[in-house]
Design a protein around this ligand. Structure first.
Ligand code: 13P
Length: 249
């Protein structure tokens, strides 16, 4: 099975010029073993999708652009928000929704996330829903983490019928250099899929993934790929992640 590697650039890089450079470096990379999605900040989305559309069809194979969020209304008096239809109209095909940084710093709730997923799917975007437990919950044990994630999924996917991609990102592993063990990540991915088999097309793992350890996670058949933050900003590092053969599982 081909794996899906998603680059979440977060609030990076600092300039449009640097974003264009990084995009062109990633666009040139061979995607023999993985499908690759690049998710730049909104402000660079037009630049990146324009460059993407200018590529030959064969060069765009197994490659797509995504956004890092989308609002739950298409248009209207919602200052600074961006609707999923706008994102789609630029040629982006994916959207990350419910990232833990948005839940934490912007107090995004499960209800808001549910509304965002609903509209994004209606508009035909592929949704990457992020879930994951905090360190406080994980300290209570793996069963507590599973219960928390299961609750997030129940609320976030309420009344959602179309399948989404779920990214399991334990909050304590994001940007910290700390990793979940591959065994626990695979067990959680299996658990997530088993809870919502029809509505989840695959489960990615995210949290401090780099070129040295990506294979430890992605080799599992339960793990469909990786959502990569910091390491996706370093072209060579990202190239190593996407060019690894993660096996036939
Ligand atoms: P890092 O890879 O920087 O830990 O970020 C993970 C993440 O949040 C991807 O969405």
């Amino acid at each position: 099975m081909r794996k899906l590697i998603v680059a979440n650039w977060k609030e990076n890089p600092a300039t449009e010029k640097a974003a264009a450079k990084l995009f062109h470096e990633v666009a040139k990379m061979k995607r023999t073993h993985a499908d690759v999605v690049v998710c730049p900040p909104f402000v660079y989305l037009e630049e990146v999708t324009t460059a993407y559309r200018a590529m030959r069809a064969s060069a765009r194979k197994n490659f797509a652009i995504g956004a890092q969020d989308a609002f739950w209304e298409e248009t209207g008096a919602f200052t600074s928000e961006v609707g999923p239809g706008m994102i789609k109209s630029l040629g982006a095909r994916y959207v990350i929704i419910g990232h833990s940084e948005r839940r934490k710093y912007l107090e995004e709730t499960d209800l808001m996330i549910n509304k965002k997923i609903s509209l994004a799917l209606k508009d035909g975007l592929r949704v990457i829903l992020c879930v994951g437990e905090s360190v406080t919950i994980r300290k209570r044990g793996f069963a507590a983490a599973k219960k928390f994630v299961s609750e997030q999924l129940r609320k976030d996917l309420r009344h959602i019928k179309k399948p989404v991609i779920v990214a399991y990102e334990p909050v304590w592993a994001i940007g910290t250099g700390k990793n979940d063990t591959p065994e626990d990540a695979a067990a959680m991915a299996k658990f997530i899929k088993s809870r919502n088999a029809k509505r989840i097309s695959c489960v990615l793992y995210g949290g401090s993934v780099n070129s040295r350890d990506a294979g430890d996670y992605v080799q599992y058949k339960e793990i469909g790929g990786a959502l990569v933050g910091g390491a996706s900003l370093r072209a060579l590092e990202f190239k190593k992640i996407i060019s690894t053969n993660y096996g036939k599982s």
